[in-house]
Every structure is written in structure tokens, then in C-alpha cells.
Ligand binder design. Structure first.
Ligand SMILES: *Cc1c(COP(=O)(O)O)cnc(C)c1O
Length: 434
């Protein structure tokens, strides 16, 4: 090591080191090197005062696994660290994390704005089920950031986007939308599932909250559902009157005010102490263990996912049975410049292409592949294929489908970690078989 390097203190650990070590240490009692699965619902109080302090949020500790669990806590610290955030709360799934985010922010009658290029399940959650809670989501085309600005009303409390959007391989201009949210005094929430913090760190660009479906690339092996809500710690909840849930006394906790009492991790505290407490979508310690283990190889997996995706996208781009390929890693992609700005390591491994045979051609392709699995997931070690129009996006109207990049001819791929030539061979024989 050079003299300069040694003098470079304090030393900050690199991303790879943190995927393995952040938030974890050998078990102080047994010396177990790996994080144990604390398969326990509840934890013994030291004494009556300790119990009272825990219930009043006057001390931190474990009491009941709906709120906190030692295995899940390691994962929460790890994802907060990898996102360069202040704190995180895990949930049973990505959708549960999204629910916790909005439950913590909104009151009945409130509105938020979301990109229309989102995971299909998010469009249904925001557009249908959230309506029943009195929350209104206005969807806009994210490709012109001004659309967000134009949709803001006095009741708008947040903006929600995916930077790398599922399923279209669309890349959204994060920084431009950060400015619009800051100007309006509302938080920008980024669903960072498809990019993962290895490819994109939304907080570095000024986003305020990040949500993840850990089900995908973070756990990475298709074993476990999970979600996370991460807070940057930089949003000032008291800058305006829009966030009484954060700035007004909470009767359930003796009039405590979350923004004031917990400062830069107040949002996470409220999501846990009220959202998890009262609705209960907590992550299980088993799933936290699988996710922690998966995340230790995130950087290695993502590099290979990207290399394989690039090879497959280039092959499809030249194939006579293929009408178009939407992958931000291709030179021809309109999103290439934005992808290089926000995801310099690569544009992920989920992308779409169009088959010349339209709706029928899409169905025939998914039925003729052998190595690709026809299922509704992304971010597995295995390569996955889906025809959104006949599956995940079936519930949507034709207009919503087209808006979300899931028209009749669209095929979505999630490229896994197999030998690239084998993936190309499989798609080639299935496309020819049409
Ligand atoms: C899968 C997914 C979700 C929902 O996550 P679950 O863990 O399935 O609840 C949300 N956003 C994106 C981008 C996803 O891929």
C-alpha cells in the first residue's frame, strides 16, 4: 500500500465490504460469526422500568418481533448503510414497505403523484386500494419532469418514481424531479428495486425516501419476500404545514412528536412504532436471514446480471423475429444518456422487447422457451420471461397497459446468471419455433 493510501484516514469502507459487514458483528454471547436467525417472538424485560421505557419509546431494544427482531435489525442497518441513508425499517414485502411509507405520510384526503411507469402491482395498489383509504394518486408520464410539477396541488404530499422502471427499461431524470419536489416542499420517494444501491443511490441525487422490494435482486435467489423503507434523514418535516403526522403530538405515545423527538430518523421510527405496530406487516427473521445472505454477493451478481443482459439485448436487437428492444444499455436506446448518468455501472438486467407476432407471438414465445422460466418475478439467479399483457398487467386497461410499457407484443426478461450463450440459444430456438 502506498504511503498516501495509509495516511488517508479516516478510512471509509467500500460498497463491497459493506454488503458483507454493515450492521453485523459476531454474536457477543456465542461467537457465532454469521448473523443467527433469532426465531423468537418476544424478549425478556430487565425490570419494570425497562419495560416502561421500551413501550414509551424512551429506550431502544427488543420487546416483540412485530416491531423489532435482532436478525431483521441487522438487515435494516445493512440496507440503510448501502443506500447511504440514516435508518431503515424492513417489511414483509415491497408492497408492505410502500404501504408503510404512505401510511406514515398521508391522511385521508391527501394526494401524491406517481410516475405511470411503475411495477404493475404498484399501479393497482396506488390507483385502486389506496383510494379506499382516502388517498388519491395522480399518475403522470415521467419522461417529461414538468408533468410532475404541473400535477402538484395544495394536497400533494409526495412524488413517487422508479428511476429504472419496471417493466419498460425506462430511465427517468431523477435530478430534475428532485428539484421539483424540493421546490414544492414534499419528499421524493424512489422505488430502487431494479437498480439496487449498487447501480444507483437515489439519496446522492437528493431523493428523500427509498423503498425496496428485497424479494428481487437484494435477496437475489428467488427465496424470500421482503421489503424495506429507507430514510435519507435530510428531509425537514417542519418546513411547512403539510406533515402533521410527523410534526404534531401522537396521542398513542403520550403526545410525543416524531420529527422533534427522533430528528433525522423520525420517519422510520413512526413507520415502525405506528405502521408496523398497528398493521403488522413485519419481516420474518428467516426471510431476513436469507436476504442478508443474498445481499453479501450483490455486487458480484449485479456485474454478471448486467454483462449477460447486455449480450442478450444485443442478440435480440439483431433478430428478425424481434420488432424492437428497450434496454438502456443499447447504443440505440433513448435512455442511454440518462442511464450513464444515474447508473454508470450498467442499466440492470430487466428489460423488454417486442415480438413481431404481437399478442399471439408473445404467448407462443413464453411457451417455447426451455431454460427461461415463465413466471412473474424479476431479480432471480435464474433467467425469467413474462408476457405482461396476458399476466401481471392483465387487470389494467389497454391505456394503462400501453402507458406502463406493457402493450400486447411486449415480452419482459429478467436475465439471470447462467451462461450467456445458453440464454441466447434458448430465445433463438423459441423465436424460430413461432
Ligand atoms: C416486485 C416489485 C414490487 C413489489 O414488491 P413485493 O416484494 O412483490 O411486494 C415493487 N416494486 C418493484 C419495482 C418490484 O419489482
Amino acid at each position: 500500500m502506498s504511503e498516501n493510501k495509509r495516511l488517508n484516514a479516516p478510512h471509509e469502507y467500500g460498497f463491497e465490504t459493506r454488503t458483507i459487514h454493515a450492521g453485523a458483528q459476531p454474536d457477543p454471547v456465542t461467537g457465532a460469526r454469521n448473523t443467527p436467525i433469532y426465531q423468537s417472538t418476544s424478549y425478556v424485560f430487565d425490570d419494570v422500568d425497562h419495560a416502561a421505557d421500551l413501550f414509551n419509546l424512551q429506550t431502544f431494544g427488543f420487546m416483540y418481533s412485530r416491531l423489532t427482531n435482532p436478525t431483521v435489525s441487522v438487515l435494516e442497518e445493512r440496507i440503510a448503510n448501502l443506500e447511504d441513508g440514516r435508518a431503515a425499517v424492513c417489511a414483509s414485502s415491497g408492497h408492505a414497505a410502500q404501504f408503510l411509507a404512505f401510511f406514515t405520510l398521508l391522511e385521508p384526503g391527501d394526494e401524491f403523484i406517481a410516475s405511470r411507469n411503475l411495477y404493475g402491482g404498484s399501479i393497482t395498489q396506488f390507483g385502486v386500494s389506496f383510494n379506499r383509504l382516502g388517498w388519491t394518486c395522480n399518475f403522470v408520464d415521467p419522461l417529461d419532469p414538468e408533468n410532475f410539477k404541473n400535477a402538484i396541488t395544495p394536497k400533494t404530499k409526495a412524488i413517487f418514481i422508479e428511476v429504472l422502471a419496471n417493466p419498460g427499461g425506462v430511465v427517468v431524470d431523477l435530478e430534475a424531479i428532485v428539484f421539483i419536489a424540493k421546490d414544492a416542499g414534499i419528499p421524493l420517494i424512489v422505488d430502487n428495486t431494479l437498480a439496487t444501491p449498487y447501480l444507483c443511490q437515489p439519496f446522492h441525487w437528493g431523493a428523500d425516501l427509498v423503498v425496496h422490494s428485497m424479494t428481487k435482486f437484494l435477496s437475489g435467489h428467488g427465496t424470500s419476500l421482503g421489503g424495506a423503507l429507507v430514510e435519507s434523514g435530510k428531509f425537514d418535516w417542519a418546513q411547512n404545514e403539510k406533515f402533521p403526522t410527523m410534526t404534531e403530538p401522537d396521542p398513542a405515545y403520550h403526545g410525543l412528536t416524531f420529527a422533534e423527538t427522533f430528528g433525522d430518523f423520525g420517519f422510520t421510527m413512526k413507520a415502525r412504532a405506528v405502521g408496523l405496530r398497528d398493521f403488522g406487516p413485519c419481516m420474518s427473521p428467516q426471510n431476513a436471514f436469507y436476504t442478508i445472505t443474498g445481499m453479501e454477493t450483490l455486487h458480484l451478481r449485479m456485474d454478471r446480471h448486467i454483462a449477460n443482459a447486455q449480450a442478450v439485448a444485443e442478440f435480440l436487437d439483431d433478430h428478425p423475429g424481434v420488432a424492437w428492444v428497450s434496454y438502456a444499455g443499447l447504443a440505440s436506446s433513448p435512455y442511454k444518456t440518462l442511464a450513464q448518468k444515474y447508473m454508470p455501472r450498467g442499466a440492470g438486467s430487466v428489460f423488454t422487447f417486442g415480438v413481431k407476432g404481437g399478442y399471439e407471438g408473445g404467448i407462443s414465445l413464453v411457451q417455447n422457451v426451455n431454460l427461461f422460466s415463465h413466471l412473474a418475478n424479476v431479480g432471480d439467479t435464474r433467467s425469467l420471461i413474462l408476457h405482461p399483457a396476458s399476466t401481471t398487467h392483465r387487470q389494467l386497461t389497454d391505456e394503462q397497459r400501453a402507458g406502463a410499457g406493457a402493450g400486447a407484443d411486449v415480452i419482459r426478461l429478467s436475465i439471470g446468471l447462467e451462461t450467456a450463450e445458453d440464454l441466447i440459444y434458448d430465445l433463438d430456438q423459441a423465436l424460430v419455433a413461432e
